[in-house]
Design a protein around this ligand. Structure first.
Ligand code: UGA
Length: 462
């Protein structure tokens, strides 16, 4: 099939390459000429495992090409996937739909034959039906496009896998012919027995925001438990393991730490809540405000712990932040908890050095006031405090003895519960993991934590 994918960000670039991999002829379109030049050369413009290979293969096969023109897309394809961003509107919690609107209206105006426009961007419920009317009014007579909604559930870091082998497909359609086109697009995936839900436009839009709201709620739930654990000296990781054994609860997304970030969960729960108010069901979604607030408190908690380490005064203290990306295997720093905390430490007067295996360039662009180091050893050398905020494998597998020999003080705040505390403590580190009792070497009688379990402190003294 001839397919266009409009918007080649974290979602669209992978979708375009994935569609070509499934055998379609694909034109990726974006207004960013630099990004398009990179993609056309078969190079991934951002860090995503496996994407470079997929792009190179697609471009070499001749099935994957790129353009900056919506007119090209209209002339080339019969199915158009809309993958542009829906960021938070400045000054409000609502989604900013101006990019989606512009693409749908612009594309429809250029159409020369009937086509199917398929929305993939995350939008407030009701948007698809409005866009269908917008497309119909922008198109020339006789070529009014059909519109469907096919939400995307891919996770950054696993985007290629999630695109080629999704765990489910959702087709929001208004008519049988749109469903038939989508079934043809995804024939290879459907043949593997992938669960598929065919529904109306509104349900399809809601599936996406409901899924992200549930994930955010699950994370904030375990982070609320972490707060309680901190108050009584309990261990949230054991608690998560134990409740996670119950198949009705499940262990996934119960990793307590500095909380969620990125370009999706935060802005999606805010936009959903705002939409709920517009629909007169604000109360039903009010809990999402608490989910958001709990998430913010975790960032503050890390700042408080760092300050407590220096009796409340961070001025001039050398703090190394491990991680800048909002999660490992990504260079995405949008609403990154790591960068948020790093900035906060800087604002409190600390001399901050940030290390990240992939996200330093992006981080430097948005937070030029921070110090950066490309090499892990250089980053930690002379540090008075380490703060781990993105659980890259490189950090989880780092040798704590070697790191201890490089820092000035072997004290770490583990903001992701990523470190093996037994190993790190044996190597001389005082480990302050969120939601867990402080773990200090037996010879260190003064762990800096203010909420340490009395039992553990006695143990430390003993
Ligand atoms: C999320 C959803 O997981 C995808 O299904 C969805 O398609 C995507 O948003 C989207 O809307 O486009 P993503 O933003 O890539 O995917 O990241 P997640 O893996 O969901 O992680 C989000 C944040 O939650 C990260 O900062 C991560 O560190 C944090 N997290 C995750 C936790 O703090 N604890 C956990 O247990 C899991």
């Amino acid at each position: 099939m001839k397919i266009s994918v409009i918007g080649t960000g974290y979602l669209g670039a992978v979708h375009a390459a994935g569609m070509a991999e499934l055998g379609h002829e694909v034109l990726g379109v974006d207004s960013d000429a630099h990004k398009i030049a990179e993609l056309a050369a078969g190079r991934a413009p951002f860090h995503e495992p496996g994407l470079g290979e997929l792009l190179a293969r697609g471009v070499a096969s001749g099935r994957l090409s790129f353009s900056t023109s919506l007119e090209d897309a209209a002339a080339f394809a019969d199915v158009h996937f809309v993958c542009v961003g829906t960021p938070q509107e400045p000054g409000s919690d609502r989604a900013d739909l101006r990019f989606v609107d512009a693409v749908v209206a612009g594309l429809a105006a250029h159409l020369v034959r009937p086509a199917l426009i398929v929305g993939k961007s995350t939008v407030p419920v009701g948007t698809a039906r409005r866009l269908a009317a917008l497309a119909a009014s922008a198109a020339r007579p006789g070529v009014a496009p059909a519109l469907a909604w096919n939400p995307e559930f891919l996770r950054e870091g696993f985007a290629v896998e999630d695109t080629l082998a999704p765990d489910r497909l959702v087709f929001g359609v208004d008519d049988a012919s749109s469903e038939a086109v989508l079934r043809e697009v995804y024939a290879t995936v459907l043949d593997r027995g992938t669960p598929t839900h065919v529904t109306d436009l509104e349900t399809a839009e809601l599936v996406k925001v409901a899924a992200n709201s549930f994930l955010a709620t699950k994370i904030s739930f375990i982070n609320s438990m972490a707060e309680v654990c901190e108050a009584v000296g309990a261990d949230v990781t054991v608690l998560a393991d134990a409740i996670g054994e119950d198949a009705r609860i499940g262990r996934k997304f119960l990793n307590a730490g500095v909380g969620f970030g990125g370009g999706c969960l935060g802005k999606d729960i805010r936009a959903f809540r705002a939409r709920g108010h517009e629909l007169g069901v604000g109360q039903a979604l009010e809990f999402l405000a608490e989910v958001d607030a709990t998430n913010d408190r975790r960032r503050q908690r890390v700042l408080d712990l760092a300050a407590a380490r220096f009796d409340g005064d961070l001025v001039g203290r050398r703090v190394t932040v491990l991680g800048a990306a909002f999660k490992p295997d990504s260079d995405d720093v949008r609403d990154s908890p790591a960068l948020h905390v790093a900035r906060g430490l800087h604002d409190l007067g600390a001399v901050v050095t940030v290390h990240d295996p992939a996200a330093v360039d992006n981080a430097r662009r948005v937070a030029p006031q921070l110090g950066y180091a490309d090499d892990l050893g250089d980053a930690v050398a002379g540090a008075e405090l380490l703060v781990l905020l993105t659980e890259w494998r490189q950090y989880r597998e780092a040798d704590p003895r070697l790191l201890a020999s490089l820092v000035e003080d072997a004290v770490v705040v583990d903001g992701r519960n990523a470190l093996d505390t037994t190993l790190w403590t044996a190597a001389g580190w005082t480990v302050h993991a969120l939601g867990r009792p402080v773990s200090a070497p037996v010879w260190n009688v003064t762990p800096f934590v203010e909420t340490a379990s009395p039992v553990r402190q006695e143990e430390a003294v003993a």
